[in-house]
Write a protein that binds this ligand. Structure first.
Ligand code: AMP
Length: 214
């Protein structure tokens, strides 16, 4: 099963992608996580991506397309994959289609988690991320056991630069300008599954799996 997660930054794509990956036994591929890991390891890719990310903008297509196209050719993607944060532009979606076509494959579902900008701004300002393993929490909805400390690895939890309110506003602008049109792109292909993102994570998961299990 080949799945794309769509929705604004902070809509809950990552949470659902992780749960779906576990349920269907397919890898969760988050381009944001890949970039953050590269920044942490101070790689060339990380150095190139950091400025764009901190400013709330998109990393240029040429830095992300090959990375994803190569990743989905890996052995663990034979049964499918869940793309979270990719594609984010029409050229990225076209490049993905082209790569899949060449392998006689196609996307099965583009899941769109729908939620207002106001709800996202409120949600993201409460998000906390671990500096060690990258796990994410929320001060109200998903608190760590000890405030400011990661349950998994004991490292410090921080408000990521790209989750700060001014950056979130910029990221939402970028989303509306460059990414929202993907809903239409996949709708025309009959692949869109629209999900109300204002309910809880468990309800959203149930709604998605009800359709995917059919
Ligand atoms: P995310 O964790 O998916 O919200 O991604 C965090 C940041 O990484 C984004 O705000 C972008 O700067 C960058 N990024 C992640 N995926 C992509 C992509 N497919 N295209 C361009 N930039 C991306």
């Amino acid at each position: 099963m080949k799945i794309i997660m769509l929705g604004a930054p902070g809509a809950g794509k990552g949470t659902q992608a992780k749960k779906l990956a576990a349920r269907y036994g397919i890898p969760h591929i988050s381009t944001g996580d890949i970039f953050r890991m590269n920044i942490k390891n101070n790689t060339e890719l990380g150095k190139k991506a950091k400025g764009y990310m901190d400013a709330g903008g998109l990393v240029p297509d040429e830095l992300v397309v090959d990375l994803v196209v190569d990743r989905i050719k890996d052995q663990d993607c034979m049964k499918g994959f869940i793309l979270d944060g990719f594609p984010r532009t029409i050229p990225q979606a076209e490049a993905l289609d082209y790569a899949l076509n060449n392998q006689n494959e196609k996307i099965d579902y583009a899941i769109n988690i729908d939620i207002s900008d106001e709800a996202i701004i409120e949600r993201m300002s409460g998000r906390r991320a671990c500096v060690g393993c990258g796990a994410t929490y929320h001060i109200v909805n998903l608190p760590s056991k000890v405030e400011g400390v990661c349950d998994n690895c004991g490292e410090k939890l921080i408000l990521r630069d790209d989750d700060k309110p001014e950056t979130v506003k910029k990221r939402l602008e970028v989303y509306h300008e460059q990414t929202q049109s993907l809903i239409d792109y996949y709708n025309k292909k009959g692949l869109i599954l629209n999900i109300d993102g204002t309910t809880g994570a468990d309800v959203i998961f149930e709604e998605i799996t009800k359709v995917l299990d059919e």
